[in-house]
Write a protein that binds this ligand. Sequence first.
Ligand SMILES: Cc1cc2nc3c(=O)[nH]c(=O)nc-3n(C[C@H](O)[C@H](O)[C@H](O)COP(=O)(O)OP(=O)(O)OC[C@H]3O[C@@H](n4cnc5c(N)ncnc54)[C@H](O)[C@@H]3O)c2cc1C
Ligand SMILES: NC(=O)c1ccc[n+]([C@@H]2O[C@H](COP(=O)([O-])OP(=O)(O)OC[C@H]3O[C@@H](n4cnc5c(N)ncnc54)[C@H](O)[C@@H]3O)[C@@H](O)[C@H]2O)c1
Length: 479
Amino acid sequence: MGNNTYDVIVIGAGPVGENIADRVVQGGLSVAIVERELVGGECSYWACMPTKALLRSTAALRAARQVPGSREAVTGDLDVAAVLRRRDSFASQWNDDGQVAWLDSAGITLYRGQGRISSDRVVEVTDESGTATSLTARHAVVIATGSAALLPDIPGLREAEPWSSREAAAARTIPGRLAVIGGGVVASEMATAFAALGSSVTVLARDGVLPHSEPFAGERVTESLREAGVSVLLGSEAGAVKRGSDGTVHITLTNGQLVEADEVLVAIGRTPNTQDIGLDAVGLKPGAWLTVDDTLRVVTDDGAPLGDGWLYAAGDVNRRVLLTHQGKYQARAVGDVIVARATGEAVDDGPWGRHVATADERAVPQVVFTEPEIASVGLTKAAAEDAGLRIRVVDHDLGAVAGSALHADDYRGHARMVVDEDRGVIVGFTLVGPDVAELLHAATIAIVGEVPLDRLWHAVPAYPTVSEVWLRLLEAYGR
Ligand SMILES: Cc1cc2nc3c(=O)[nH]c(=O)nc-3n(C[C@H](O)[C@H](O)[C@H](O)COP(=O)(O)OP(=O)(O)OC[C@H]3O[C@@H](n4cnc5c(N)ncnc54)[C@H](O)[C@@H]3O)c2cc1C
Ligand SMILES: NC(=O)c1ccc[n+]([C@@H]2O[C@H](COP(=O)([O-])OP(=O)(O)OC[C@H]3O[C@@H](n4cnc5c(N)ncnc54)[C@H](O)[C@@H]3O)[C@@H](O)[C@H]2O)c1
């Protein structure tokens, strides 16, 4: 047992678990990390990286075609095989040697296998051969087991062997016809990618396209998907699914309409990887999302930390924000607070303190890599109203900025800033348009920094860049 005792044990070596472990080592403590599949997690092999690699070639081709001169130089179409090869390389050929070497170099001990909590501070790891190893934590155990695709209870769906985001991200061939159940981020991005790669795509968007974004974002993406030949069925819901003997998937919608496809992708959200991690051994509910306090300690139903506060949860599994960058931000906070508590250092847990993830509630940036891209941070108009803020919304046509016109012919886009009138600061910002992703961080800084609008007038955007939209929004707001 002696050799298997560490200051901290992290279950799950996705982007979040890896960053927690790194932070703990940098704070001078020892750490073991447990991984049952590939070190690097969902993001590296089946989510962020491969999907963005699938989308990037299309975006580059579109960009070239939008500018005379380069347009004429484009003489062919997408080389699908080359796109898939590049995707494979961004997924490291589904081999984690590189990440394992990094763990080694960072001084993090890896245990391969399924991790299960067996009692306070004790984790059993069962490897592929069934051999169990018991690990004990002196200070803390962190659950960073992530999430998996949620499958709805639609008759016949499971038997039809649908794709989840995993099969879409790692697809080896492009189906002739692809049906997508869902209208959220995964559905929008994968419909964009597969339509460009040659599939005939139908999207069943029961609740609309990107329903949690500003309405103009979903409208623009719907329009652009339709322009790309995608059939977007707003308000449609799959009622029953059946895969025929020839492989065709027949989907009967609740309104009686029939949709046929070669593959069906389910993208309706996520479920936490907490089913088989031993939560019952410590009085928690298996299969449930974990609830955490501001310093990311797991709390029980009464809101108090479990036991003496030895158990933490970060990343997708605590459901605060299901995004890699935000999970890694939580990882830095949780790694540092564990070290602080272990070494008797003061815990800095006030808003924006070092040991809390305040931005999870105030300033979450996200880019949806559709055509056009959607880049947003903070609150939408609707969310700000729901929060009871006295707001003013300022809109501007992104295509009317000199930098946009120069960037691409027929540049179409939109920008919105949501201002908290009582504080004179921006609380939300959304950009829709080609290549807006890299513009987002300025808005994140303005929101996190709570930069007063009258000071923002002194942040002068360079001419002629798309960022000049900042000036136009301020002019529209007035001073
Ligand atoms: C298709 C798709 C595209 C996405 N694109 C983006 C994007 O562009 N940008 C972005 O910010 N986010 C994106 N996301 C979200 C992002 O993938 C997640 O937020 C991120 O992976 C969460 O990291 P995590 O470490 O919490 O969990 P995960 O990445 O899920 O990692 C958890 C790890 O824990 C392991 N594990 C689970 N249970 C156990 C156990 N009991 N024992 C041992 N190991 C265990 C798993 O094998 C896994 O390796 C995307 C998601 C999807 C589905
Ligand atoms: N670029 C990115 O940042 C990126 C890309 C992909 C995924 N992600 C993350 O991964 C997570 C999962 O993405 P997702 O698209 O699966 O979830 P999501 O929550 O973004 O969208 C799911 C959609 O499915 C709809 N829905 C729910 N139940 C349904 C049902 N039974 N039938 C039909 N529709 C139903 C919802 O209304 C919602 O619009 C997201 O939280 C997202 O943040 C991020």
